[in-house]
Design a protein around this ligand. Structure first.
Ligand code: NAD
Length: 467
């Protein structure tokens, strides 16, 4: 079945159907309509999958997909045009240029935490680049997966865009096919499976992975604003956001007031009982609920951490309260793996230098944040912390822009997308060169290298290459 899907998409791609800009623009317009005309259905499916508040689905998923589709659509002529480049003087008269061509048939494998955004935003970039697309949504968000499988053929060209539902087995079957690009979003363990399978066909991959995104706060920061923004970045989607602050590193002079103010922000956002707030989501499933609750400190053993707010859980409702912790040790289990839930440990560090050392001693994160008024500290982070993206006084900001590339580095992934970066990720940038046949000025460089040529070659042997 999956092989048949691939063969059919390949046939469509090879027919040239997906190449004209008119086709691409029509698909991008249809993608916008798909999300705007089915707003309520997506809100209901994300609610059923994740208890996601309607406003979060609209703001953080549907609007971003519609915005991305429009952004790339409006710039297609520019991005697909020839871009002239200089040629070496020895080849003159000659011309050179680059042109972006589609990669071909691409596979997009998406996760459950932003089940619409992370399926359809890469889809917008892949369609803009003129590819045929196979989308495999996550089986862990089955309501949204089913909705996508129903709606995509109603809006997009079903000869060129297909949705394959399923889990590891179906994905494994798809991965056997010689796609021209694989775009995977999810955890690093499966990222390795994807990359191994891709190696078999020398298929290029984009891996949008996760990891522990740190957040530093010092006394020069506006603590009220920092607390509110950290609470928003962390507890949106119940902490199940790849670029959510995973943990906070705070200096000793701000750690207590910061923890108190984050707890205040939680009450302001979600009320005194977040379980009954319409603005707070749920954990995706019981497996992740159990994984997260096992990370919570043991109340009988204060050395494992002190709860500033939250800590209460309800398994039958997959509810974990927004939880802020102090006194968690760097070697605690929750500091060894990505938390990916509404639990925020705040650890003490001596200063910005110690924070940078703490961060750089660990795998490179998808995002890092620093709340500080100090220009020197901001420069230090920019220079020394290698991460997918860096946010000063702003978590999640880069996720929300079609102007900025979004992607990881090292353990947090490879490649990037959104806007032009996404268009290029799904394109091959082809170099084209040309030279008139007459006069044949190349005769100057043809062998044999004797007489005048010998003198000429030794005279120019130190001339740098012109770029
Ligand atoms: P997931 O379980 O939904 O898996 C992701 C995809 O991989 C799904 O489509 C799933 O069907 C497929 N898959 C699962 N097991 C597989 C296997 N054995 N073989 C082949 N395919 C398989 O999502 P997840 O991995 O739980 O996602 C959470 C992780 O993703 C977190 O680490 C998070 O930080 C990261 N993430 C990253 C981004 C980003 O943009 N960089 C965005 C969201 C999530």
């Amino acid at each position: 079945m999956t092989n048949q899907t691939f063969e059919q998409l390949k046939k469509t791609y090879e027919s040239g159907r997906t190449r004209p800009l008119a086709w691409r623009r029509a698909q991008l317009n249809a993608l916008r309509r798909l999300v705007t005309e089915n707003r309520d259905a997506f809100v209901s499916s994300a609610m059923a999958d994740l208890g996601k508040p309607a406003a979060e689905t609209v703001l953080m998923e549907l609007n971003l997909v519609a915005g991305e589709a429009q952004f790339v659509r409006n710039r297609l002529s520019l991005w697909t045009a020839r871009h002239p480049k200089a040629m070496h003087w020895m080849l003159q008269p000659a011309a050179g240029w680059t042109i972006a061509e589609p990669k071909g048939v691409v596979l997009i494998i998406s996760p459950w935490n932003y089940p619409v955004l992370l399926a359809l935003e890469p889809m917008a970039d892949a369609l803009a680049a003129g590819n045929a697309v196979c989308l495999k949504p996550s089986e862990l968000s089955p309501n949204t997966s089913k909705l996508l499988a129903e709606l995509v053929p109603q809006y997009l060209d079903s000869e060129a865009v297909r949705v394959v539902e399923g889990g590891p087995k179906e994905t494994g079957e798809l991965l056997k096919c010689p796609f021209n690009h694989i775009f995977y979003t999810g955890g690093g363990h499966v990222g390795k499976i994807v990359m191994r399978a891709a190696a078999e066909h020398l298929t290029p991959v984009t891996l949008e992975l996760g990891g522990k995104s740190p957040c530093f706060v010092d006394r020069t920061a506006d603590i009220n604003v920092a607390a509110r923004r950290i609470a928003w970045g962390k507890f949106t989607n119940a902490g199940q956001t790849c670029v959510a602050p995973d943990y906070v590193l705070a200096t000793s002079d701000v750690i207590e007031p910061l923890a108190g103010k984050i707890a205040e922000a939680v009450t302001r956002f979600f009320g005194s009982d977040p379980q009954h707030s319409d603005s707070f989501g749920r954990i995706i499933n019981a497996r992740h609920f159990d994984r997260l609750t096992a990370l919570l400190p043991d109340p009988k053993s204060p050395a494992t951490g002190r709860t500033v707010c939250g800590g209460n859980t309800r398994r039958d409702d997959l509810y974990i309260a927004p939880t802020v912790l102090l006194g968690v040790k760097p070697d605690a289990l929750m500091m060894q793996e990505e938390i990916f839930g509404p639990i925020l440990p705040i650890l003490e560090v001596a200063d910005a230098k110690a924070a940078v050392e703490f961060i750089t001693a660990r795998p490179r994160p998808l995002a890092a944040y620093a709340f500080t008024g100090s220009k020197r500290v901001r420069r230090m982070f920019e220079r020394e912390v290698s991460c997918g993206a860096l946010g000063f006084n702003l978590p999640l900001g880069h996720l929300i822009s079609s102007w900025l590339p979004f992607g990881g580095v090292g353990a947090s992934g490879m490649g990037s997308y959104h806007g032009k970066a996404g268009f290029l990720e799904f394109s091959h940038v082809k170099t084209v060169v040309g030279k008139p046949a007459v006069p044949d000025t190349l005769s100057l460089v043809y062998p044999p290298y004797d007489g005048l040529k010998k003198i000429l070659i030794s005279a120019v042997s130190h001339t740098p290459r012109v770029r």
